[in-house]
Design a protein around this ligand. Structure first.
Ligand code: SF4
Ligand code: SF4
Length: 382
């Protein structure tokens, strides 16, 4: 196996609330030592762990962080983010940071079906109220860190956090940094976003959002930052009831209106469509609605085996394959052509049933919007 990945040499993600560094966003994180960072300004992208991992990669050896993010999926014949990259060779372990992703906090009003307490406070609240999801081989629960962070938040969570200040300083020192992506939680809910926009004004700034904010708050942002080098990458992949299930907490008509508002204020929009089995059932409608006006980027789901695109009934697979076969846009859709082909494991089918049942029960949602053939195959109706 070839272990090289250029993203290790160019990209870093930072989770401000938990002080976690990911090299890259899919990799296993490390915790930043603030005293060390204060003594080593400009070195956030060159921690000992990152340098060691890059050396291992150049020696064509596996490292733990990328095993977590990519290699373990590839070993099972599953897609990985690594294979979606342009892999030009960089062999300097001290290479400068080019792309930075920042999660300001996990504050979010949505519980998207494939998200988790790691990224969304609404997910954390759901687990607090209704308990963990205990599926076969997969637990979705609040870890100790989430509990601790929730308590800190109730007392005071200063926007002037020491790490955030140090991070702004690092951005100022990162002369080769081209692009900052701000993600969530929901970045539009976070007041630190304004400071970040000011600090990164000479870079391209992408706001990755599920649009889980009120229209009035969104409008305030749009007016305030009109004309700046900011673009929106909006998470979305299906329409109507399927959308409202997958992106629970958001309404489809509201979502469409917000997309229109952003566009009318002159900001560039791209979509990030995360492809799961539930997405496959309605992605063609989403694609047809937006493909002429906006770029649609495909994101591959990881970490939830029972939501992978191949865990699907044969009729739904056939319908999707026929649709893909009729499309001309091979650049975006080519990776999806054979995505449903893999054999289904019984455990994934069982977990899918358990997950859908628990997810919908907790929210008192009907699953009737799902195609009958899918429901029957899954055991939701007999
Ligand atoms: S191998 Fe995967 S986890 Fe590691 S840097 Fe590349 S894309 Fe990220
Ligand atoms: S909007 Fe983002 S952070 Fe919030 S639940 Fe959805 S995927 Fe998670």
């Amino acid at each position: 196996m070839d272990y090289y990945c250029s993203t290790k040499f160019t990209d870093m993600a930072v989770h401000v609330g938990s002080r976690l560094l990911y090299n890259c966003c899919k990799a296993y994180p490390e915790r930043v030592n603030l005293d060390w960072l204060e003594d080593n300004p400009g070195k956030l992208f060159h921690t000992d762990t990152m340098l060691e991992d890059r050396k291992l990669m150049l020696d064509n050896k596996s490292c733990v962080s990328c095993h977590h993010g990519c290699y373990k999926y590839e070993e099972q014949g599953l897609p990985s983010t690594r294979h979606d990259q342009e892999n030009m060779i960089i062999n300097n372990v001290q290479s400068p940071l080019q792309n930075l992703q920042i999660s300001l906090s996990t504050d979010c009003n949505l519980t998207c079906v494939y998200c988790s307490p790691e990224w969304s406070t609404r997910w954390q609240k759901d687990i607090d109220k209704n308990g963990s999801y205990n599926l076969e081989g997969v637990d979705i629960r609040n870890d100790n860190w989430h509990k601790l962070w929730a308590k800190v938040k109730q007392k005071s969570r200063s926007t002037e956090s020491r790490f955030f200040k140090l991070l702004l300083k690092e951005i100022g020192l990162a002369k080769k940094l081209k692009r900052i992506e701000v993600l969530g939680g929901e970045p539009l809910l976070n007041n630190q976003l304004d400071e970040l926009i000011s600090k990164g004004e000479d870079k391209r700034l992408d706001i990755i959002s599920g649009l889980g904010v009120s229209k009035s708050r969104l409008l305030t942002y749009l007016k305030k930052h009109e004309g700046k080098n900011i673009s929106f990458k909006i998470s979305g992949e299906t329409t109507g009831e399927n959308f409202e299930f997958i992106r629970y907490g958001s309404k489809w008509t509201d979502f469409c209106e917000k997309v229109k508002m952003i566009s009318e204020h002159g900001f560039d929009i791209e979509f990030i469509s995360t492809i799961s089995n539930l997405t496959i059932l309605d992605f063609p409608n989403f694609y047809n609605k937006f493909k002429n006006d906006y770029k649609i980027n495909i994101n591959f789901l990881t970490g939830r085996p029972f939501l992978l695109p191949h865990v699907l009934d044969s009729k739904s697979k056939e319908i999707f394959k026929t649709w893909i076969g009729q499309q001309n846009d091979t650049s975006i859709l080519e990776p999806l052509r054979n995505i449903t082909d893999k054999d289904i494991q019984e455990v994934d089918k069982k977990n899918l049933f358990d997950y859908l049942t628990q997810f919908s029960d907790r929210r008192k949602l009907s699953l009737d919007f799902l195609p009958k053939n899918f429901q029957t195959w899954c055991g939701l109706i007999t």
